[in-house]
Ligand binder design. Structure first.
Ligand code: HEM
Length: 219
């Protein structure tokens, strides 16, 4: 099912999550470098990376929530989305707590501050997997009918269309058969022979084809 919150035809949530995921995971990596080298400046960098990651996390969570809201109730996607979203809120809260504990002396975080970050990043591995399950397995945020030859997201045409087949429709046409006019059209489900103008009109309204293709197949 397609996403609700989109920008230029693509879901906003996956665009924004790179900020919290990248910043917060790298902050933990820098903490580890700080611990292993004894160089306190690494902790100073990770302090500000955590701050930026928290802001990115809160912002991306809003768009995730909008998309989750639109998932039909009672589906596996709704449940997985719930655990993904709730888990990520916990991840952000743990980093907020870690940041507050570091605030007084960012260059020498205590063990509780470091532990909170480490626990959060391990939890994020699980919630991240759930996010991937939502998209790759359950098709959340994927346009309905997406296919390898779907037209551009900016075209205003539905993803169900197959650009190769549409080209053939453009070349398609009419053939007189006895007293009737037979129209041929390549549509997503294959070749259709259409003789009834009403059927043609209704079918193409339903598939939302652009006008120029409707002209090519009207009986
Ligand atoms: C820091 C917070 C969050 C992070 C880091 C995050 C991360 C992710 C990741 C990695 C994906 C998979 C993206 C892909 O494979 O393309 C995803 C998808 C998704 N997430 Fe989140 N997420 C966060 C918060 C939330 C919240 C609070 C919700 C609401 C319940 C939510 C709902 C969704 C939904 C519905 C999808 C499916 C894709 C889409 O929305 O277009 N996420 N998220």
């Amino acid at each position: 099912m397609q996403s609700r919150a989109k920008l230029l035809g693509h879901p906003i949530h996956p665009m924004l999550i790179v900020f919290p995921l990248g910043l917060l995971a790298t902050a933990v990596a820098f903490d580890i470098v700080g611990l292993s080298t004894g160089d306190a400046s690494w902790f100073g960098i990770s302090f500000w990376m955590i701050a930026a990651g928290i802001i990115g996390g809160l912002l991306s969570a809003v768009f995730g929530l909008v998309d989750w809201w639109a998932i039909p109730s009672g589906t596996r996607a709704k449940a997985i989305g719930f655990w993904h979203g709730a888990g990520n809120v916990v991840v952000v809260l743990l980093f907020i707590a870690s940041w507050f504990l570091r605030r007084a002396t960012p260059q020498s975080p205590g063990y509780s501050a470091l532990s909170l970050s480490f626990i959060a990043v391990v939890l994020a591995l699980v919630t991240g997997w759930l996010g991937g399950e939502l998209v790759d397995r359950l098709g959340v945020g994927v346009d309905n009918g997406a296919n390898l030859n779907a037209p551009s997201s900016l075209s205003g045409r539905p993803a169900t269309e197959d650009t190769r087949k549409l080209k053939r429709v453009a070349y398609g046409g009419h053939k007189p058969v006895g007293s009737k006019l037979l129209s041929l059209a390549f549509v997503p489900n294959g070749l259709l022979k259409m003789t009834d103008p009403k059927f043609v009109r209704d079918s193409f309204a339903q598939w939302n084809y652009p006008a120029r293709f409707r002209v090519a197949v009207s009986a």
